[in-house]
Design a protein around this ligand. Structure first.
Ligand code: PMP
Length: 355
């Protein structure tokens, strides 16, 4: 603590080492990376970009990536914003679009960065409890008379539950709140959901964020993007230009473009994760776990007779790391990344031993 810190810093958590431990001999199922690795074409493009051109600044607009994404998602490049991971894209959205004289609404069990961004950027917020079955209840996000949100944000599928809201329900929320920007954080949508990017031409208040860290297996490259109406994108660009004019380096742009262009690899590697997830879900259920329905590359599961924190600690002793949250309503759950078939088999064998 320092007396020179501004008030906002006192409220922020210090960096806790351990979430990204050394990989050797660990079965790392705690941060939802994709086990298959990136498209070989993306790796080749990154290698090819490591030449003399690294001397030069990158394109501040990443036009090549915007063009590739626009083609893939049938949008105009002006409807796309790119950033250094979707965390950075979200940070820009909090600054540029989510602070109003009415509070920002989001679920009380959701991505843990939202409240952090609220305190960083001084955004007043209201949290909305999930239903009994841990789903997002559409009715809770519709205006009631004058009681309406200044803006809304939630992940779909939600994190850390993995539960998906149908696209029609997402659209009901967006359409019912025309005065408010609605951000749908689709970090995990490629593992079983339909993207709301298909709706952006119909709803000028909708912003959809995606990441290359999960379904494209490029967490180390730090690339994310947002799709929305050109005027929402312009707001994000204005913040970016006053803050970090070169969000993506040359290697990131080259790798991300090649990844987007390799549609076959993308589809196949997502299918692989989904198939592994379904096997993992049934094996966990056979061990007595209650597993929430997941449309993500992780599962959220609890055992009726074993404490979540204890299970996580027992797994850790066996060099398997999963995520446990010390938070109300979810402290009995484990969030487990869908790894390779082999990693999932090691996990299930270890759980058999522990139980
Ligand atoms: N949104 C959600 C819901 C996430 O779980 C994550 C990853 N932890 C992110 C956004 C950010 O991902 P990245 O910054 O790697 O793109």
């Amino acid at each position: 603590m320092s007396r020179y810190w501004s008030a906002v810093v006192h409220g922020l958590t210090p960096y806790v080492p351990g979430e990204q431990p050394k990989l050797d001999k660990l079965v790392k199922l705690n941060t939802n990376e994709h086990p298959c690795g990136p498209s070989p074409k993306a790796l080749e493009a990154i290698r090819a970009a490591t030449g003399d051109t690294l001397r030069l600044y990158p394109d501040p607009n990443a036009d090549a990536l915007k063009a590739a994404l626009a083609k893939r998602y049938r949008l105009q490049p002006e409807q796309i914003f790119v950033g250094n991971g979707s965390d950075e894209v979200l940070a820009h959205a909090f600054m540029a679009l989510l602070k109003h004289d009415r509070p920002l609404w989001f679920p009380d069990i959701t991505y843990s960065f939202y409240p952090v961004y609220c305190s960083l950027y001084d955004v007043e917020h209201r949290t909305i409890p999930l239903a009994e079955d841990y789903s997002i209840r559409v009715e809770d996000y519709l205006p009631r008379g004058d009681d309406r949100a200044g803006a809304l944000i939630f992940p779909n599928p939600n994190a850390p539950t993995g539960r998906l809201l149908a696209l029609a329900d997402v659209e009901r929320i967006v359409a019912a709140n025309p005065e408010a920007v609605v951000v749908i954080d689709e970090a995990y949508v490629d593992f079983g959901g339909d993207s709301a990017i298909a709706l952006v031409d119909r709803h000028p208040n909708l912003l959809v964020t995606h990441t290359f860290s999960k379904s494209r297996s490029l967490a180390g490259l730090r690339v994310g993007f947002a799709a929305g109406h050109a005027s929402l994108i312009e707001a994000l660009e204005r913040v970016k230009n006053s803050f970090n004019s070169y969000p993506l380096d040359r290697l990131a742009i080259a790798g991300a473009v090649a990844s987007v262009e390799d549609e076959d690899y993308f589809q196949e590697s997502c299918r692989k994760v989904i198939a592994t997830r379904e096997v993992l879900v049934s094996r966990m259920a056979a061990l007595g776990f209650e597993v929430l329905p997941s449309a993500a590359n992780f599962i959220f599961a609890r055992h009726p007779r074993r404490d979540g924190a204890e299970l996580a600690a027992e797994l850790r002793k066996r060099a398997i790391i999963v995520r446990h949250f010390r938070a109300p309503r979810i402290d009995q759950f484990l969030r487990i990344t869908v790894g390779t078939d082999e990693q999932c088999a090691i996990l299930v064998d270890a759980l058999k031993e522990i139980l």
